[in-house]
Design a protein around this ligand. Structure first.
Ligand code: DGY
Length: 383
């Protein structure tokens, strides 16, 4: 019975913290133990059901570290509130699995893990862009199937990125890191769409252009698109970095795909439902020179019918943040979120979180999404 597969650390700890999936590294357990927590870690192979989580919360539970595959809704937050709980931290930066308003109504602080997975996820988006543009999946399958007979001048010709226009939808931390990597690493132009202009990203392009022009190289262009439709029409590659919410669900649908160039590349490392997957399958079938590379899916781990049969798509299983460094950093932020709220420390909520990766992290919760709504104290500017 899966509910019996629990590992208990610091059994005499006064505060009870449940962790719904074993996490990498040891530092996070030390942080929770040092804050006086008894840590109960689920080690079973399958995901816990909402009922199993509710039962484990039981009559007394102070905090939980949970997973993006669990729907943290009103009912779970009420169970946590009823057990005297104060805090839940997602082991993820994305929080579309959480009903934040319900958590706030229940007085539960909700943490996430931004900052430490920015480069890992941006790197995967770059890798997928290259894999799709240079047809790596097709080429590898060809070779492994024993079909490669000789070097040929026209074997797997793909798209070279230098000088191409890369569209970035959502230029937050990860989107901006991806844009910088593409500009500097591959000398692409960037056309980004975000609700507000990104002066830091444009300043990066200006500084890089001083370097390029001093070497008599062509400068790159980095500008904001007025609308997603403009970006889709102009870009050779489009990479999606928006959070998932009601405004971005099926942001890329059949109509949007029809605006894109017939040989464009579409990359998604954000959340699956931002793209209408059935429409993407139909589009890729109709346009064999169009390529898509996906890390995330509408109904993970299921794929839309036909997706896995397409030669012109690259598919990986939601591994954007899957580096040892990023995943261990995420555990530290999640543990610090829970420990800080339980001992009454203030909230950090600043973009830079590197201080939490040092041996002696600040006495603060790195990222609490509803800190303002719950009126939680913030770390003072000079601290
Ligand atoms: C996140 O953090 O939201 C990613 O999807 C998993 O790391």
């Amino acid at each position: 019975m899966s509910r019996d597969r629990w590992h208990i650390v610091n059994p005499r700890g006064e505060k009870r913290v449940i962790v719904t999936r074993d996490l990498p590294g040891d530092r996070w357990v030390e942080i929770l133990s040092a804050a006086g927590c008894r840590v109960e870690i689920f080690t079973g192979p399958a995901a816990l059901s909402p009922d199993e989580i509710r039962q484990r919360i039981g009559a007394r539970c102070d905090g939980v570290i949970g997973q993006l595959v669990e729907a943290w809704n009103e009912s779970l937050f009420q169970a946590l509130q009823g057990a005297g709980g104060k805090v839940y931290s997602n082991y993820a930066v994305g929080f579309n699995n959480i009903d934040l308003a319900a958590a706030t109504r229940c007085g539960i602080a909700v943490g996430n893990t931004p900052g430490v997975l920015t480069e890992a996820t941006a790197e995967l988006a770059v890798a997928l862009t290259l894999a799709a543009a240079r047809r790596l999946g097709e080429a590898e399958r060809h070779l492994r199937a024993g079909k490669w007979k000789r070097w040929l001048p026209q074997l797997f010709l793909g798209t070279q990125l230098r000088g191409k226009t890369v569209g970035v939808i959502g230029a937050g931390r990860i989107g901006a890191a991806y844009a910088r990597m593409m500009m500097e690493g591959h000398k692409t132009d960037i056309l980004y769409f975000s609700l507000r202009p990104k002066p830091d990203l444009e300043a990066f392009a200006d500084a890089y252009n001083r370097f390029l022009t001093a070497r008599q190289e062509l400068p790159v262009v980095c500008r904001r698109a007025e609308a997603v439709a403009d970006l889709l029409r102009e870009a050779d590659c489009v990479s999606i970095h928006t959070p998932l919410d009601e405004r971005t669900r099926h942001l890329i649908d059949a109509e949007c795909l029809a605006l894109m160039k017939p040989d464009a590349v579409l990359v998604n490392t954000s959340r699956g439902p931002v793209v209408d997957e059935a429409a993407l399958v139909a589009h890729c079938r109709r346009h064999p020179r169009f390529r898509a590379a996906l890390d995330v899916y509408e109904e993970e781990p299921a794929l839309a019918p036909g997706l896995a049969d397409l030669e012109n798509v690259v598919l990986v299983p939601h591994i954007g943040s899957a580096t040892h460094w990023a995943r261990e950093g995420m555990t530290i932020l999640a543990a610090c979120n829970v420990a800080a709220v339980l001992v009454g420390n203030p909230v950090w909520n600043r973009a830079a979180v590197d201080a939490f990766l040092r041996a002696d992290p600040p006495p603060a919760a790195p990222s609490i999404l509803n800190a303002e709504a719950l009126n939680l104290p913030l770390v003072k500017a000079a601290d």
